[in-house]
Design a protein around this ligand. Structure first.
Ligand code: MCN
Length: 799
């Protein structure tokens, strides 16, 4: 760190001043002149034909402005919501990509599917009118789980896709893997379910559309993690608005967790509606509406096997997963259980042969898409459950089995059998450090103490690799991405030397206004107080692909470094001229341009001033002004890794699992702000612990109704469920980005589920339990213990 606000400084978050004072600007806070209010009429059925829509009652109510249906959109030429990634399955068969109308056309495919949009003078008027819309449905049989959807005779979600299969995809070397299993001395097996989750960011989604007839220009304010992609998808494919006639603004956004990463139908409908009724139109999602309209996460059914030799060396891994896509394809849905899942199955191990098959299946449920971690927690869960099962079956210590198979630090760069090459890492150090920090060796003593109090105590371990900052563009496009993976940044220097940094990424809780300012502060040698970070407005930001996959620092931060380097380069030219020196003799360090070996110098501020007042300036070779833009296309993912330990204590009488200790050691490369990294890892851990212990999105199989459709039934973890956690970081610098950074935003969700469940299984192992599905809710754990006490097979229990 060269200054106290630069890289490595644990400074407080700049943005928190406005958040803590209640001065953030969220979409729901925005009022536009003459604004009308919209409410969606949503399907109460999981699967039904729309026989008739009667709007007469709604249109007769006070304050009504208009009601739109799918037919209205279709007549106006509005297109379907596009998918951003086309996965090609086995034998080169492209995935099935059925149409996704913004308002249902002829049929509804999940509870919550939007059928009509009611616009009225006030929200109360709109609610009343929405209740007066009468829709005649012919209810059809529904299927919500993937196994049911694949059965012969299952209801077809789309008539043209009778087997409900979106794609049947594979990755890895099938023959080599089969050969490995033939040679194996031991095969560990697991069947598991990765539970479906609802994101539930603190701020529900919201959108305001506004049409300016004078300029024939649209503005959409939306709670989005990537406004430019919404602009491109909605403008180009759905509403066919020329890009220069559409502005998308995602102002302060109160958490996204992946869920606000997609282009949603509601965004297109409010934008369309604003032109139709000639007024701005606002929609704010209710919390309960969010449960049935935000894309969900996870939802896998998996069978997996790990082949080992007699000494415990991993020989091969075989994984078969069925992934729920829901009733339509969400923007990145198809990519999550394929390219963000299969390539992570190597973990931090040297397994030489891996083969993974994934079937993506349509069901009568909400679309499933990225949720913090997106594919990587699912892969880690499969692998780390198998490793624990193998250790127990082969009577090898869990830590020893992992040690034996971990990629050694000297083996990097390491090419896995599943598509990716890890540039570097040091998973062994993460493992050794976490065992010490968690006092692994002292566990027996603590277990004995718990037993004296009538409790079952377990300890769990997980080591994992993560892949952040999707890359590179050219390979991703070959694998089905419908766009690049680069990021952009602009550094605008004012005559005073103050700086605005304009980022294509989006900050919705990750602290970018602080960490990107720290990078600019470090690079330009100015105080963080002289830097402002701007993002989220397509009229202000050049272009950007937004925030997802823990990419903002590794990709966006690299673009920022490039742009700052260009500013410095130009500054050196100006300084060379002013100091009458050769450019090659001008050095820049800590905010000072100086001529090597002399005391001739100019401050960053003096150069900024000179750039804007080119009185004595070779204009024929140097343009005035000091603003530079850069685009950075990453050559590879960054690969953080980690080792986590959890300790749980189970009350056998109630089945309640208390998490009593959690220790994480994560390698995130260079750290920009240690406090923010700790916070990011903490937040992710709580989400991962929530998945492991309490969260479950459950549909009624007979009716397709969402049973866990509110916080009364969907159990989010609370502060008192979580012990004080201990998080350490390790810094093995990434080799291919200029800061040496790796992502950290999703590490917690990736490591925690497997770590916690491994601890729960450890606590119950004496009862013959080998696997526990998530969430390890009190009812599930109680029934497992109860069955075991009755001498029955422990079973899987219900959430
Ligand atoms: N950072 C750092 N040093 C590192 C790595 C990161 O100082 N070596 C800092 C970064 O500069 C940034 C923050 O940590 O301020 C997270 O950076 P990064 O890992 O690049 O992740 P992103 O900023 O791209 O955030 C995305 C990631 C994802 S995918 C989800 S989902 C997520 C998350 O981060 N959703 C969040 N964290 C969240 N945090 C909050 N509060 N709200 C969400 O919705």
């Amino acid at each position: 760190m060269s200054n106290r606000t630069g890289i490595g400084a644990s400074i407080l978050r700049k943005e928190d001043r406005r958040f803590l004072a209640g001065r953030g600007t969220y979409v729901a806070d925005i009022e536009r002149p003459n604004m009308a209010f919209g409410v969606f009429v949503r399907s109460p059925h999981a699967h039904a034909k729309i026989k008739a829509v009667d709007l007469a009652g709604a249109l007769a109510l006070p304050g009504i402005v208009a009601v739109l249906t799918g037919d209205d959109l279709q007549r106006a030429g509005v297109g379907g919501i596009p998918c951003g990634w086309c996965v090609t399955g086995k034998g080169g068969v492209p995935m099935k990509e059925p149409s996704h109308p913004a308002l249902a056309l002829g049929k509804v495919r999940h509870v919550g599917d939007p059928v009509a949009f009611v616009i009225a003078e006030t929200l109360a008027n709109a609610r009343d009118a929405a209740a007066a819309v009468v829709i005649d449905y012919e209810v059809l049989p529904a299927v919500t789980n993937v196994l049911g959807a694949l059965k012969a005779g299952a209801p077809a979600i789309f008539g043209e896709i009778p087997d409900n299969t979106c794609y049947d995809w594979d990755l890895g070397d099938r023959e080599a893997t089969e050969a490995a299993f033939k040679r194996a001395d031991h095969v560990a097996r697991v069947q598991l379910i990765n539970n479906r989750l609802v994101g539930n960011p603190m701020e529900p989604r919201a959108a305001i559309g506004e049409y300016d007839p004078a300029k024939a220009r649209y503005t959409l304010w939306t709670t989005s993690q990537f406004p430019h992609i919404v602009k491109l998808l909605m403008g180009n494919f759905v509403l066919k608005i020329p890009q220069h006639k559409l502005r998308v603004v995602a102002p302060d956004v109160g958490g996204g967790f992946g869920v606000k990463q997609f282009h949603y139908p509601e965004e297109a409908v409010v934008t369309f509606a604003s032109a139709k009724v000639g007024r701005p139109v606002k929609w704010v999602c209710e919390r309960s509406e969010g449960f049935i309209s935000d894309a969900h996460g996870r939802d896998h059914v998996t069978e997996a096997e790990l082949a080992l030799d007699a000494g415990g060396a991993f020989l091969g891994l075989r994984v078969r997963t069925i992934a729920n896509m829901g009733g339509y394809l969400s923007t990145f849905g198809p990519n999550i259980p394929s390219y963000l899942y299969g390539p992570l199955l190597a973990g931090v191990y040297t397994t030489p042969a891996i083969y993974c098959e994934v079937k993506a299946v349509f069901t009568n449920t909400l679309p499933v898409d990225a949720y913090r971690g997106a594919g990587r927690p699912e892969a880690t869960f499969v692998l780390e459950r198998l490793v624990d099962i193998a250790a127990r079956e082969m009577n090898i210590d869990r830590t020893e089995l992992r040690r034996k198979n971990t990629i050694s630090k000297t083996a990097y760069p390491y090419k896995t059998p599943v598509l990716v090459e890890y540039d570097n890492g040091d998973p062994s150090s993460c493992l050794e450090r976490v065992l010490v920090a968690a006092d692994w060796n002292g566990f027996a003593q603590r277990k004995a103490d718990s037993e004296r109090r009538g409790k079952y105590r377990g300890i769990g371990l997980c080591t994992f690799a993560e892949a952040c900052g999707l890359a590179p563009s050219r390979i991703a496009i070959r694998l089905g991405a419908r766009g690049g993976l680069f990021e952009s940044a602009t550094v605008r220097v004012y005559p005073t030397g103050d700086v605005t940094v304009i980022m294509g990424t989006h900050n919705h809780g990750q602290g970018h206004e602080t960490t990107f300012a720290q990078i600019a502060s470090e690079k330009l040698g100015i105080s963080i107080d002289n830097v402002e970070v701007v993002f989220g407005d397509t009229d202000q930001v050049q272009f950007g692909l937004g925030t997802y996959g823990s990419r903002s620092l590794a990709v966006g931060g690299s673009a920022l470094v490039k742009a700052a380097d260009k500013v410095i380069l130009k500054g050196r030219k100006i300084a060379a001229h002013m100091l009458e020196a050769s450019e090659s003799d001008v050095e820049f360090r800590a905010g000072i341009f100086s001529v090597a070996g002399t005391d001739s110098r100019k401050t960053f501020q003096e150069i900024a001033l000179a750039a804007h007042f080119p009185a004595d300036y070779p204009l024929e070779v140097l343009e005035p002004g000091l603003e530079e833009q850069a685009f950075y296309d990453p050559v590879n993912f960054t690969f953080p890794s980690g080792a986590h330990v959890a300790e749980v204590e189970i009350d056998p009488e109630t089945g309640v699992t208390a998490l009593v200790n959690y220790v994480a050691v994560d390698d995130v490369g260079t750290v920009i702000n240690p406090m923010i990294v700790q916070g990011q890892i903490h937040g992710g851990l709580v989400q991962g612990i929530g998945q492991a212990l309490c969260e479950a999105c459950i549909y009624d199989e007979a009716s397709g109704q969402l049973l866990s459709g509110s916080f009364m039934d969907y159990c989010m973890p609370r502060a008192d469920d979580i012990p004080a956690m201990h998080v350490e970081t390790l810094s093995t610098a990434c080799t291919h980005n200029p800061l040496g950074v790796k992502g950290c935003g999703e590490l917690g969700t990736i490591g925690a589920p497997a770590t916690v469940i491994n601890a729960v299984v450890d606590a119950l192992a004496h009862l013959g339990v080998t696997h526990v599905d998530m969430p390890a809710s009190p009812s599930r754990i109680w029934s497992i213990i109860h069955n075991a006490r009755l001498g029955k097979v422990p079973g899987r229990g219900k959430a």
